[in-house]
Design a binder for this molecule. Structure first.
Ligand SMILES: Nc1nc2c(c(=O)[nH]1)N[C@H]1C(S)=C(S)[C@@H](COP(=O)(O)O)O[C@H]1N2
Ligand SMILES: [Mo]
Length: 432
């Protein structure tokens, strides 16, 4: 294992050094400073690899740069990971706000994006199955009959961090940007389920929505996941109609969605139309085989895998990011101390500690760690690191959760669809 880490780390450093040559040219042309350079699969140093010297011979197959999102109301710094269905992530440096502005919040769709409803207050959701009273509630009724709460909570895609897996796992190649932390307003799902009255057999929820499968077949939901009834009854699991104080935008599931914090984002159904309470584990699209599941017995990376050896991924693993400076930042010559900022979160748990290293993990120092505003909020951190001289540095961050689990150097416990990858985040900076 130690051997593996060392080999992988050495490979990254090579990539960074190669990239660094291109980076000095870019820096000389003044294009690196202040620009947002999302990571590619190569790791931190790729930020320096974006441009080649003008005089250099043209590369035969220049790698395609990141494709930036063009979508109404969205920040163009978001990086498109797929356009059918539309998936876009937020580079770590765009997650520098305490509360992620809606324009910077990542987008993940499995099917077609539905047309925006003209009558949001009349939007209807049905609660049925293992309940004493089947409910049909409009958004208007939801707002008038229940007590609304607002909480700042992380929403994170189950595949966040996937790009660090080796060999590559199937699916969108998220770096760390399949996450954001917004203020969500709505009502606890538990309050609605209590009105419906759970039958003793109620075990699991099944979530349905109005978006169409990519094929256009209305009989095929693009995604239908659910959670154990205990999670559905957690007061932090919300039916939400507002994001950051504004009506929930269509692209984020407006007029009504679920927010199931701490668990894979796929449980947080957008365009919510129905919650079916079931007497057994739900088996809709996204629940079975390798979807949102991790291996019970660790498997050989790259193997096919046996579905019988898989369990549903529930709480997301601990993760930390450096949000300032950006990867690829050029720091003025003579800088001896560098201020850093970032965020950390840990699924259902809290973050106990965040550490930083400027020497590839040879030594670590503790960051100043803030408190969450409420449960499931992320924790912002700050630190000042010493840089003994001008030159090239990699800065690594790692977080430890409240149960003592720490982020590994590389994505561990490979699985075919790449869940649970929470390798440390690293950035490269050039001083002088
Ligand atoms: N109806 C519906 N809900 C959905 C999805 C979807 O494709 N359809 N994608 C899920 C996934 S995988 C994630 S990570 C989150 C993303 O929410 P966002 O696009 O608002 O960031 O929505 C979830 N809810
Ligand atoms: Mo997701």
């Amino acid at each position: 294992m130690a051997q593996n880490n060392a080999t992988k780390a050495a490979g990254d450093v090579d990539a960074i050094r190669r990239g660094f040559l291109g980076g000095t040219v870019l820096a000389a042309m003044g294009t690196i400073i202040g620009s947002v350079m999302p990571l590619s699969r190569d790791g931190a140093g790729s930020a320096y690899a974006q441009g080649a010297a003008p005089a250099a011979p043209p590369a035969p197959a220049a790698p395609k740069g990141p494709q930036h999102l063009k979508f109404p109301g969205k920040n163009e710094g978001l990086v498109v990971l797929g356009d059918r269905p539309l998936v876009a992530e937020t580079p770590e440096s765009l997650l520098d706000d305490e509360t992620t502005p809606t324009e910077k919040f990542y987008i993940r769709n499995n099917g077609q994006i539905p047309e925006e409803t003209k009558e949001p207050e009349k939007w209807k959701i049905t609660i049925d199955g293992e309940v004493n009273n089947k409910l049909e509630l409009t958004l208007g009724e939801l707002k008038s009959k229940y007590k609304a709460v607002t909480r700042r909570m992380v929403l994170e895609c189950g595949g966040n961090g996937r790009s660090a897996f080796s060999p590559p796992a199937r699916g969108n190649q998220w770096t760390n940007g399949g996450a954001g932390c917004a203020e969500w307003t709505g009502v606890p799902l538990a309050d609605v389920l209590k009105t419906a009255g759970l039958k003793p057999g109620a075990k699991y929820t099944a979530h349905y929505s109005s978006d169409l499968h990519l094929s256009g077949d209305p009989a095929k939901p693009p995604l239908s996941r659910g959670v154990r009834i205990e999670k559905a009854m957690d007061p932090n699991t919300l039916i939400v109609w507002a994001m950051n104080g504004e009506p929930l935008p269509n692209i984020h599931g407006g007029p009504v969605r679920l927010v199931v914090p701490g668990w894979p984002g796929s449980a947080s159904q957008k365009w919510l139309t129905r919650i079916w309470v079931r007497d057994k584990e739900h088996d809709g699209p996204g629940m079975t085989e390798f979807s949102y599941r991790v291996a019970i017995k660790p498997m050989v990376p790259g193997d096919k895998g046996d579905p019988a050896n898989f369990r549903i991924l529930e709480s997301m693993p601990v993760r930390s990011i450096i949000t300032n400076p950006a990867n690829g930042a050029k720091i003025p010559a003579g800088t001896k101390e560098l201020k850093l900022r970032g965020a950390a979160w840990a699924g259902d748990l809290t973050v106990k500690q965040v550490d930083l290293s400027t020497n590839a993990g040879a030594s670590w120092q503790k960051a100043e760690l803030g408190k969450p505003k409420n449960k499931y909020d992320w924790q912002r951190w700050t630190a000042t690191v010493k840089l003994p001289s001008d030159g090239y540095y990699e800065i690594w961050v790692r977080a430890t959760d409240s149960k003592g689990a720490m982020q590994p150097h590389q994505a561990a416990f490979w699985n075919p669809q790449g869940y649970g990858g929470n390798a440390m985040h690293r950035i490269a900076v050039l001083v002088g």
